[in-house]
Design a protein around this ligand. Structure first.
Ligand code: BTN
Length: 242
């Protein structure tokens, strides 16, 4: 069960990198969480930096048969984060592919990396959740924290426990095919742009689109305001917060 073992550090360069290195040297189990109070080189997607103070920063791994399971794991992780926030009375949605949004700002991000170690395929799942920040540096204008939404301070270990609980519940059920469809139906309902038009950049132009469906590999079917319908992946489209 995820969370049975937690390696907790005051500071790491990146919990993802730390776990990747552990995998190279040891046989790792998917119950382990690597947690750091801060990261000196927190990584985001597309080589972005992840601001890593006053938040919850952790990584875990899943050994998989195919790296193509990566997006489905992203879906399960996103659903778990949204459920955790809901438990703390914060309504969140997901800006495809991996941003968790509250009040039109980013509260959390997920970074999934694929590695091969000792002939096994692993997905390294990293989550950064802004928790007790009351302010962000000036150059980070699109971020928000739980504290900024509710005015409360949160116990990060407790948040991690709630995340592990939700993730374990969802992963346990997800092997049943009916549950997979159920998860997809739930995921689409929390997607930014589901059933209402939002701005996006697609092939270097700006459009209004809405999301019609999503596959477990992360392929979206979108409808343009003009009526055109297309299938796109995260490489083709960037949703914009208004
Ligand atoms: C993103 O939104 O671009 C993804 C951000 C992921 C940040 C987390 S914090 C814990 C883990 N370790 C890292 O270096 N990155 C992820």
């Amino acid at each position: 069960m995820l969370g049975n073992k937690v390696l907790h550090y005051d500071s790491l360069s990146s919990t993802n990198d730390y776990l990747i290195n552990l995998c190279k040297d040891y046989h790792m189990t998917d119950s382990l969480i690597v947690l750091a109070d801060k990261q000196t080189s927190g990584k985001g997607r597309l080589n972005h930096k992840w601001y890593s103070n006053n938040g919850l920063f952790f990584s875990f791994l899943l050994d998989v048969d195919h790296f193509s399971q990566s997006f489905y794991i992203n879906i399960l992780t996103s659903l778990s984060v949204v459920k955790v926030l809901k438990r703390f009375k914060i309504d969140a949605c997901v800006k495809y592919p991996n941003d968790i949004i509250v009040a039109n700002k980013k509260i959390a991000g997920i970074l999934i990396e694929s590695i091969v170690a000792n002939k096994k395929k692993y997905l390294i799942v990293g989550l950064g959740l802004n928790v007790n920040n009351s302010i962000f540096p000036n150059d980070i204008c699109d971020a928000v924290s739980m504290n900024m939404i509710t005015g409360l301070n949160y116990n990060k270990k407790n948040l991690l426990d709630v995340f592990a609980l939700e993730f374990n519940k969802i992963i346990k059920k997800s092997n049943q095919s009916k549950q997979k469809i159920f998860n997809l139906q739930h995921y689409i309902k929390i997607l930014y742009g589901y059933e209402h038009y939002v701005l996006c950049d697609y092939k270097e132009k700006r459009y209004l689109v809405k999301v019609l469906s999503v596959s477990n590999k992360g392929i979206l079917t979108i409808k343009f305001k003009s009526g055109d319908i297309k299938t796109v992946s995260y490489m083709d489209i960037k949703f914009l917060l208004s």
